[in-house]
Ligand binder design. Structure first.
Ligand code: URP
Ligand code: ZN
Ligand code: ZN
Length: 481
């Protein structure tokens, strides 16, 4: 009997630290060997290709339940298809809470819906209502179910938490052993600016950016970090849009705090100017925080090189343009306040980062692997199963053609959305095959996985998110409140 079920032969294997010519031997869905002249029952020729760890996207909204019933247009089946087409094999999506309700029933519903997934998946638990029952009884229960990260919005109606609610979530996470991820924008400031803009008749999509300039993101980031330090609770700041926000994170990191920063492809490629496209087209580029300008995008690459921002996720958001819940749900004259926020990006994430990052000399290939796979896997407790190529890891792999030139179109995205904000963008570098746990699930753009073949990734306790044990006056308030 052959030693390996499958050998990937002749490729250039890239990890977060190394680049080497090697064969990979795969047995029972896992990497069993990295070596030379390996023999297996089946072979896959990777000559001329890079062999990368499957992408790990730890911030994407898939089939998220909506207040009043129904869910995002992007389903687990269509979202998985988009992921596999773009080389992503694992995701952490969201289970949301509606104000006044608990978190156990929604999580059960999310886990039921995700049984259609074709990627491996976990959840962050969104907390929008820090009631006693949720904080003291239910958060420990969802963490027990393998949901090791909570998500808090410091803005958005009706999702946002005030500082007291945020502190209670930080304390609950500290007790339960979970990471807290934070959407950092100042709620009152955005509402105040929005009221003023609408009163002045400035309602078009481009005013979305005017309502939430960079200092509202900076202020909330500063505050989130200070409150996390007060509680001694690790956090990740989601979707950083500009360097002045990254600087807040860098300062915290320099002081030894467990604060991590994430950004997304849209902040490297889109600008506020895109929201000023003719007619209602600008709505296609609206997300929060708002895209800034080209100088900010360049500065973000610097923050990635420095390591301040060490994860780049899609923040894929399931709003189409013309669909029943899409950007035009309130008509094409709708004021920016009433246009759903977010852009789709499951498939485009790796090609954009490779082309704009590695292809244009802004980052090296190992950094690319770290920000798209290794670092998210480590930070969210999926390591050492996901995010690297080494014996024992799941054989989640992408065979990547670094020279293939493509023009991004919505058809290539394979999501259910009716648009991509990256339509027409030229990229060099493209996934030609995706393997999930050793099985080829995408080849030349054709996804060949069965709905339901994705596995739930229950996440247990891990060191990286352990609190530092540094508390003001040595008093651990999280034991009592
Ligand atoms: O605009 C965005 N980012 N929409 C998705 C929800 C969120 O804020 O992460
Ligand atoms: Zn957010
Ligand atoms: Zn998001």
């Amino acid at each position: 009997m052959a030693e390996y079920d499958l050998v990937i032969r002749g490729g250039t294997v890239v990890t977060g630290t190394d680049t080497l010519r090697a064969d990979l031997g795969i047995r029972a869905g896992r990497i069993a060997a990295v070596g030379e002249r390996l023999e297996g029952a089946a072979q896959l020729d990777a000559g001329g290709l890079l062999v990368l760890p499957g992408g790990v996207d730890t911030h994407c909204h898939i089939e998220q339940l909506q207040e009043g019933g129904g869910a995002d247009e992007e389903t687990w089946e269509s979202g998985s298809r988009a992921c596999l087409a773009g080389g992503t094999t694992s995701v952490v999506s969201f289970s949301t809470q509606f104000k006044g309700a608990g978190i156990l029933a929604p999580l059960a519903e999310y886990r039921f819906r995700a049984q259609q997934a074709m990627v491996d998946y976990g959840f962050h638990q969104i907390i929008t209502d820090a009631s006693d029952e949720v904080i003291w009884q239910q958060i420990p229960q969802v963490v027990e179910q393998g949901v090791r990260s909570l998500k808090v919005f410091l803005t958005y109606d009706p999702l946002h938490l005030d500082d007291r609610g945020f502190l209670r979530v930080l304390a609950a996470a500290r007790r339960a052993g979970a990471l807290v991820t934070v959407h950092c924008e100042n709620y009152a400031a955005i509402n105040w600016r929005t009221e003023a803009l609408l009163a002045a008749g400035r309602t078009a999509p481009k005013y979305h950016a005017w309502a939430r300039p960079r200092m509202v993101e900076r202020e909330a980031t500063h505050r989130a970090i200070a409150l996390a330090e007060l509680v001694d609770q690790p956090i990740q700041v989601f979707h950083v849009s500009c360097s002045e926000v990254a600087e807040e994170i860098a300062r915290a990191q320099a002081r030894g705090l467990k604060v991590w920063g994430e950004t997304c492809p849209q902040y490297f490629t889109l600008t506020a100017g895109d929201m000023d496209r003719p007619g209602f087209e600008g709505a296609k580029f609206m997300c929060s925080p708002a895209p800034r300008d080209a100088a900010d995008a360049e500065a973000l690459w610097g923050e990635v090189r420095r390591g301040t921002l060490d994860v780049v996720s899609s923040d894929h958001s399931g709003w189409s343009y013309a669909g029943p819940r899409g950007k035009r749900v309130n008509g094409v004259e709708a004021p920016f306040r009433d246009i759903p926020n977010g852009v789709p990006g499951l498939t485009a994430r790796l090609p954009i980062l490779f082309s704009e990052g590695v292809g244009k000399g802004r980052i090296d290939i190992n950094t690319f692997v770290r920000i798209t796979a290794t670092n998210p896997a480590r930070l969210f407790g999926l390591y050492p199963r996901k995010g690297a190529i080494a014996p024992g890891f799941d054989a989640d792999l992408v065979l990547w053609d670094p020279a293939k030139e493509m023009t991004l179109t919505n058809g290539l995205m394979q999501h259910v959305m009716d648009y991509t904000p990256y339509e027409g963008m030229r990229v060099t570098g493209w996934p030609v095959a995706t393997l999930r746990r050793g099985a080829v699930v995408m080849r030349d753009g054709v996804v060949q996985a069965e709905p339901g073949s994705g596995q739930y990734l229950a996440r247990g306790p891990y060191d990286m998110i352990r609190p530092r044990g540094v508390l003001p006056d040595g008093f651990d308030a999280s034991v009592f409140a």
